[in-house]
Design a protein around this ligand. Structure first.
Ligand code: ASP
Ligand code: MG
Length: 423
């Protein structure tokens, strides 16, 4: 049976780290492996800047920024590769050309389209380098362009997968290579339309790609290799006595992600759960640590799970004409969320008002406030923190929630959430 591995950007962001990935893969010599890899380090952010500059018609700046991305990849390839360097360089240059050809044009289509054509190159470049290195290191693998496999609609930046078509491609193109004994190496996050336009599946989408492949290959398990020791009950940077969680079930992971825990992309769970495929979260810095095992069974006695989201902004909306907040009003707001790619982190309904919290991405929030003010009186309060404690108990309430001057407080039997002023 197949094992699916996903390596994120941090696991391939230097020559040493890429060598480390090879060392991990060497531990699975007689396994059928499909490996999904992200863009190196912060490449996706850098490429977003390229797309923005291009769309603002700052062509020179876009080319300049892309030049830096190119240099970074070429440099890594040079330090890493010996016999395969030239082949790798040729492959990288093809990807460079694909992007540069576009950057020399003028934008005539929507931003999201260009975003995807540019940003997808990060995954193509990183996987090309890793693939050539693995072959040099004696790990026979076949690099695949995921755009030949994952078929999506043209909802750029948040594309939806055509499952039937993709399943066929998995059967025709991936299965035989695995059966023949080669490791398959491909990109996360990226797909393509039926017109061969590149698409992306949403930021942090590589976990999801891996889960789609796990589902379609009926994998025995999926492993996400991260730079943390396991899933923890809190961010150790926020809470010093954060503890590892050895076991979780799928539902809990979805809940944790919903409340803002940076664990696993929430879309990842469904394809796995539907086929009861276990998910392991393991540390690529120390593969002997046990990590976290996520499955379908009930897990009792979870510790309180604490999620702190800083830099939140509260937006209060009151209907202008005193009408009740109903389907029509909320529909307007949800359309704005979709358009601006924002999602509330907290929602509180009243009769003629509705309150949201968001991550404070200032440009987007001011645009949201401006557009919403056509229908609502809008008040914006920045500088807030949102605390969620799942499975709270007296001790955790006392330690983290007491004495907070909150603006919003929500409590159920499972969770408590407080929105309060920072500082
Ligand atoms: N490279 C993409 C991102 O940074 C996808 C991923 O890493 O999952 O969002
Ligand atoms: Mg990433």
């Amino acid at each position: 049976m197949v094992k699916v591995f996903k390596f994120g950007g941090a696991s391939v962001n230097s020559v040493e780290r890429i060598k480390n990935v090879a060392a991990i893969l060497q531990q699975y010599p007689n396994q059928q492996l499909l490996v999904v890899i992200s863009a190196m380090g912060k490449t996706t952010n850098a490429l977003e800047k390229v797309a923005e500059a291009f769309y603002q018609q700052k062509k020179e700046e876009a080319l300049q920024l892309f030049e830096q991305v190119k240099l970074q990849h070429i440099t890594t390839a040079k330090y890493l590769l010996v016999t395969n360097y030239l082949a790798c360089e040729a492959q990288l240059k093809d990807f460079f050309t694909e992007v540069e050809w576009l950057l020399h044009d003028r934008p005539v289509r929507e931003y999201d389209y260009y975003y995807d054509q540019i940003v997808c190159s990060g995954e193509l470049m990183s996987t090309a380098i890793v693939s050539h290195y693995l072959n040099e290191a004696g790990i026979r693998n076949e690099w695949m362009d995921v755009r030949d496999i994952i078929r999506t609609d043209d909802n750029f930046r948040d594309a939806n997968i055509d499952w039937a078509f993709t399943q066929e491609k998995v059967n025709d193109l991936i299965r035989p290579v695995l059966d023949e004994g080669s490791l398959v190496l491909t990109q996360g996050f990226v797909g393509a339309t039926d017109e061969n336009e590149s698409t992306t599946l949403g930021r942090e989408g590589s976990d999801y790609t891996a889960a789609v492949f796990s589902n379609m290959l009926d994998a025995e398990s999926q492993t996400i290799w991260k730079d943390v020791e396991s899933v923890m009950n809190a961010d150790p940077k926020e809470i010093a006595d954060a503890v590892s969680i050895p076991e979780l079930n799928y539902t809990e992971v979805i809940e944790m992600a919903y409340y803002g825990a940076q664990v696993i992309h929430p879309k990842t769970i469904k394809p796995l759960q539907n086929k009861s495929i276990p998910l392991f979260v393991k540390c690529f810095l120390n593969k002997d640590l046990p990590g976290t095992h996520i499955h379908n069974n009930t897990v009792r006695q979870l510790p309180p799970i604490i999620v702190i989201k800083r830099n939140q902004v509260m937006v209060e909306l009151k209907s202008k004409d005193f009408s009740f907040i109903g389907e029509h009003n909320t529909e307007i707001l949800y359309e704005l969320f979709e358009k601006l790619f924002i999602t509330p982190t907290l929602t509180q309904n009243g009769a003629i008002s509705i309150t949201y919290a968001f991550d404070n991405r200032e440009e987007k929030i001011s645009q949201f406030a401006a557009e919403a003010s056509q229908n609502f009186d809008v008040q914006v309060t920045p500088g807030l923190t949102l605390l969620t404690i799942r499975h709270y108990d007296n001790a955790s309430l006392k330690q983290y929630a007491e004495e907070k001057q909150f603006l919003v407080r929500q409590q159920t039997t499972q969770n408590i959430r407080l929105l309060y002023r920072e500082g």
